[in-house]
Design a protein around this ligand. Structure first.
Ligand code: ZN
Length: 103
């Protein structure tokens, strides 16, 4: 996973330093102060509705992408379809778990 940083004011040590940002999907999950290590969780449970909204966008944009792929190479599309459908829910479930557990 790619690491992102942002300059924030720490609520524990009061210093304005780089904070390490951790994302679940495309949403911010935690910030970690690089000076004192204080971790702030961006209320995982309250993020769920936003996450589901984000997910809805990803899922609803998928049929169009699948249709495009099917037109380009129908034989390959049919061959790969079951695998693609099975992989996706597992990935989404893992993201949801990370949100609910907060880590
Ligand atoms: Zn700090």
């Amino acid at each position: 996973m790619e690491q992102e940083y942002a300059e924030l004011t720490c609520t524990a040590c009061g210093r304005t330093v780089e904070h390490e940002l951790r994302h679940v999907g495309r949403l911010l999950a935690t910030t970690t102060c690089t000076a004192c290590g204080h971790v702030v969780e961006v209320a995982p449970r309250s993020m769920v509705p936003a996450y589901l909204h984000d997910l809805e966008h990803r899922v609803t944009s998928k049929p169009q992408r699948m249709v495009r792929r099917a037109r380009r190479d129908p034989a390959r599309f049919v061959r790969e379809l079951p695998g693609a459908l099975l992989r996706q829910p597992a990935k989404l479930t893992a993201e949801l778990w990370a949100l609910v557990r907060g880590r």
